[in-house]
Design a protein around this ligand. Structure first.
Ligand code: LLP
Length: 435
């Protein structure tokens, strides 16, 4: 079998036609039926990833809550599935909150994040009585206290601290470093706790950090945990802060390419929970409730992008380009972060002769290259190119560049495909315009 299939959803395989099958559905047929570019999500993989996070953490540390970080991708169908799984949600905007609301998601399991929450968003969160508001800075703390006074709700809050840890990831997605726009900076934590603990309309229950995304090592998490628990121990001496909850954010990696494996969830869970228990024992702290916020690691592998190959072009002695009908408008990650992906030809899942090609998008920028120098069976116009690990941060960062239409999304399971978001239409492109 093709090694790259290991990067696809857990139900991936090939049928007798040599076609890629996911969730029991022939992806070549899906491309014909729903058109391309098409994003598909495998329901079984989503369930299994949710179960894996819940199981691996709570088996070792029963007082754990798993929040799914909606920024990785959210829509109504996914919100419904997460509700069924009993996960909570990390939302960063009134938009994400409104999607949660639209499916009757229990809002006491929703945490509101953001480094620049608007008064309107905070009012909405107070009205909805969300589970936690994660306060990012002093201005927000003040505004929240005032707005809470005007409401009849005393919110439970966490303070986001920046622990000053380098997670060894792309600089755009490293957030817990000293020079970060997120969280109370180093040296300001004590003041933040003192002010939050004495705020009359807020209930300070704990602390939050998020050090970054796509983190392949556990050491940065352990450093951040040490920092936070030491901070709690120090701050307890000067204030009456009753520390009950530690939210350690997300960042758990997924494997995008064959030569860069990601640690299993169990590896993160073991290292993180052991360190919390050991450090609390050392500092004589009660064990806090633990909150984790995986995004990418829940949805990444479940999602696949299907493109149709169009024009091919050879530059003798340089490279062969294969252009597809999507690109940076539906997946900006290669252009923005230099992210790397694998791919297969969904209509030719065969072992045999390969050629080196570069898969280019259809958008008007030279940087719109999806995959540089990949070995594939000879690609012909009309072939379907399937890219694994497209479940996270592709669709939510999609644009209408070149007035393109955002793709359709289908959920597959047991041989059935359900459209969970229709493809945009040209009408959608002009509907907000006024003349
Ligand atoms: N919690 C907080 C507070 C976050 O800011 C994030 C991600 C997460 C949890 C989830 O992180 P994850 O488990 O998904 O790594 N657009 C970038 C990723 C940006 C991540 C932003 N924050 C990308 O395409 O790689």
């Amino acid at each position: 079998m093709i090694p790259r299939l290991a990067l696809f959803p857990l139900t991936a395989g090939a049928n007798e036609l040599g076609h890629l099958v996911i969730g029991g559905c022939d992806t070549v047929k899906l491309a014909e039926e729903f058109g391309t570019p098409l994003y598909l999500f495998d329901e079984d993989t989503l369930h299994r990833k949710c179960a894996e996070f819940k199981g691996e953490f709570s088996r070792r540390y029963p007082d754990t809550t798993v929040l799914y970080a909606c920024k990785a991708f959210i829509n109504k169908a996914l919100a419904r599935l997460l509700k069924e799984e009993g996960l909570g949600l990390d939302v960063v905007s009134a938009g994400e909150l409104s999607i949660a609301q639209s499916v009757g998601f229990p809002l006491d399991k929703v945490y509101l994040h953001g480094n620049n929450k608007s008064a309107e968003e905070i009012r909405l969160a107070l009205k909805d009585r969300v589970g936690r508001i994660v306060v990012d800075n002093f201005q927000e703390l003040e505004m929240l206290d005032d707005l809470a006074e005007q409401s009849d709700f005393v919110p439970d809050i966490l303070l986001r601290l920046s622990p000053g840890v380098d997670p060894h990831t792309h600089q755009y997605i490293a957030t817990g470093v000293i020079d970060s726009k997120f969280g109370f900076p180093l040296g300001k934590g004590e003041e933040a706790v003192a002010r939050a603990a004495s705020a009359r309309n807020l209930n300070l229950v704990g602390l939050h950090f998020h050090i970054g995304s796509l983190i392949f090592e556990v050491e940065p998490y352990l450093q951040a945990i040490d920092f936070m628990l030491q901070f709690v121990s120090d701050v307890k001496l000067i204030s009456d802060f009753h520390f009950q909850e530690l939210d350690i954010g997300g960042g758990y990696a997924v494997q995008y390419v064959l030569d860069s494996p990601a640690p299993p969830v169990a590896y993160y869970a073991e290292a993180i929970t052991t360190r919390i228990v050991d450090k609390c024992r050392e500092l004589k702290l009660d064990l806090p409730w633990l909150v984790i916020e995986p995004g990418r690691a829940i949805v990444g592998q479940a999602g696949v992008a299907l493109y149709r190959a169009g024009v091919t072009k050879d530059i003798p002695g340089v490279r062969r380009y294969v252009s597809v009908d999507g690109g940076m408008a539906d997946n900006i990650r290669p252009a923005l972060y230099g992210s790397v992906y694998e791919a297969v030809l969904a209509n030719k899942i065969v072992n045999g002769k390969t050629e080196k090609v570069t898969i280019a998008g259809r958008f008007c920028e030279s940087g719109d290259i999806l995959i540089r120098d990949i070995e594939l069976p000879p690609v012909a116009t009309g072939d379907i190119i399937a890219v694994p690990d497209c479940g996270a941060y592709c669709l939510p960062m999609a644009s209408n560049y070149n007035s393109s239409l955002k793709p359709a999304i289908v959920m597959v399971k047991d041989g059935r495909a359900r459209l969970i978001r229709r493809r945009e239409t040209y009408r959608d492109l002009i509907d907000c315009d006024l003349t």
